[in-house]
Structures are given as C-alpha cells and as structure tokens.
Design a protein around this ligand. Sequence first.
Ligand SMILES: [Fe+2]
Length: 244
Amino acid sequence: MIAVRQESPIILPDDPSFGPDVQIDHPGYRSTRLRAPNRPLVTLREEFQSLEGPVFGEDAVEDGDDDLTRGGGGEPLGERIVVHGRVLDEDGRAVRGALVEVWQANAGGRYRHEVDGHPAPLDPNFGGAGRCLTDPDGGYRFVTIKPGAYPWGNHENAWRPAHIHFSVFGRLFTQRLVTQMYFPGDPLFAFDPIFHAVRDPAARELLVARFDLEATQPEWALAYEWNIVLGRGARGTTPVENEW
Ligand SMILES: [Fe+2]
C-alpha cells in the first residue's frame, strides 16, 4: 500500500528542469504523481490574467468567523494563539477585501474530517476552520489553537510539521493562493517532502511564520505573524501549494 524505501524514506525534489510555475511530480511526495502535467503547458492570454471581477460574496463572512476557538460549548484544548499578518501584492501594496480562509488540525493533530483516521482525539469544541476579509491595510487576524503534528502515510513514519492551510481570494485571477503556513523551529521540517517540494530555501522560509511577542496577549495567547505576498511565482511571493 505504501511504497517504502528502506535505505532512504525521505526523497526530496531536486529536478531543476521545471520553472517555478510548473507543478512537479516529486518522487518523495506521492500525491503529486497525478497532479503534475505530462503535456506541454498552455499560456493564458494576457487580458485574461488581468481580468478583474468579484469572486465571492462579502456577505458570506460573518463576525466571529475569524475566531476558531468559539462555536463549541466551551474552550478548545491546546495552546491558544493569534495568527495575523498582511496580504500584499508583488509590488508591496495592500490587498484589501481579500478573502482569507484557514483550516487546520486540532491540538492533537487531528482534523474534523471523515477521512482523517489518525487515532488522536477529536475536540468537541474545535471545528478547525475560519475566515475573514482583509482590512484596508491588507491585514488579517485569526484566533485559534496551535495545531499538532500528524502522520500522513506518505512513507514510513511520515509526520507533517504543524501547519495551517490558507486559501486567499484576492482581487485578480493572479491573486488566488492556496498554501500552508508553518511555525518557526519545527523539528519536522527536515523530514517533510511537502515543505521541501518548494525547492528554493529562501522561498520555503516565506512559508514560516514569525513568533511575534508584541502581538501576544499577556495571560491569554501567544502570537505569530505571517505576511502573504500574492504574485504567482515571482521572487519573494508566497509559494502556491498546487505549484510545488
Ligand atoms: Fe494539513
């Protein structure tokens, strides 16, 4: 069922023949096998790339959707944290009104999802999903619980570093982003083929949040800052998950 290479269970991508915008079949990351193209790519016309238009209804976001710790009958278990930052375009301008959606495992490393078979406890007070719109300065802020690491079956003894999934709808087609935010200093970074599917070490660092002491709330929550730069592969932009 699971292909295991005993001599080297971690296979990191190193194929330099693809550009930054191309999905790659990473040998160590099994799910990429069917995602990667096996035909020549088609380039969209220029005017389509800059097409502007509404992609979601703003009334779908309600007050409190940015607090993942509410909605249950009590406080969820785990380390309460604030995750905040700004959404910018590749020229450093704020992207206001962007829809930022997050989903994550609970403190024990389990998702509230029917296909998650990890034998860690579900938390009745934690759903694991939230969303908000960026403010005029491009800012977003969530209150949540620090997610736990979890096993994922990619190879023998495979564990994901703690992470939060992010989806961003900006104002342009080129401002669509699905990716993952990580926490600084995670010992699992070195062993995670998904993290290493971003081949440029500097680009990988763009996926790691910064511990933000100033944004912590004393006696209540620690905080992390993570800024998102939309721009589809340009240097310094946040790597997009389905292009790893
Ligand atoms: Fe995940």
